[in-house]
Design a protein around this ligand. Structure first.
Ligand code: HEC
Length: 177
């Protein structure tokens, strides 16, 4: 009588690791059409970080402080005009808190999909302007700018939440006082 249960348990041990390893799927955040990255720039599409991300959905640059200066520059050149220097929001929404118009952006797979495929209006697709590798670096900067409670940052693992220091924009009072 216990046999089916044992078999089921055995099957689960086989199925779960396979499911956990499945490569993430990417969809346009507005119309849900699949993104396959055929249009991505030649350059920067085969880096270790990109390969790892497309296989696992994990952005290794989130854990790599060395890329932050370059990531900051990419963000300043490509995003800050619309989203604000500290991603506090301007003509585009703030990107430094836990509220997202598109909840998919709570994950790095979703954020990558928004950058690659764009959203509505002024938020055009970035596939012609940034390499896939640069998108991952820019994303690491956006995550770095997060000012909220790490507990609400669902893109962080529990371990990352424990170690995350919310970004503190330089207070404008600094120069004046
Ligand atoms: C020309 C202005 C402009 C530029 C440049 C721009 N954005 Fe946007 N972005 C917008 C606007 C406007 C929206 C709102 C679109 C919508 O709601 O569909 C938006 C939406 C977004 C969203 C969705 C936010 C949410 O709450 O779900 C993300 C993420 C985002 N932008 C990231 C970026 C990043 C990163 C860059 C730089 C690589 C960038 N954007 C460049 C104007 C811009």
């Amino acid at each position: 009588m216990t046999k089916p249960r044992i078999l089921a348990a055995f099957a689960m041990t086989l199925i779960i690791p396979v499911a956990a390893m499945a490569a993430p799927q990417f969809f346009n955040i507005i119309d849900g059409s699949p993104l396959n990255f055929d249009d991505a720039m030649e350059e920067g599409r085969d880096t270790e970080a990109v390969k790892h991300f497309l296989e696992t959905g994990e952005n290794v640059y989130n854990e790599d402080p060395e890329i932050l200066p370059e990531a900051e520059e990419l963000y300043a050149g490509m995003c800050s005009g619309c989203h604000g220097h500290y991603a506090e929001g301007k003509i585009g929404p703030g990107l430094n808190d836990a509220y997202w118009t598109y909840p998919g952006n709570e994950t790095d797979v979703g954020l990558f999909s928004t950058l690659y495929g764009g959203a509505t209006g002024q938020m055009g697709p970035m596939w012609g302007s940034l390499t896939l590798d640069e998108m991952l670096r820019t994303m690491a900067w956006v995550r770095h700018l997060y000012t909220g409670d790490p507990k609400d940052a669902s893109w962080l693992t529990d371990e990352q939440k424990a170690g995350f220091t919310p970004f503190q924009p330089k207070s404008s009072g600094e120069d004046q006082s």
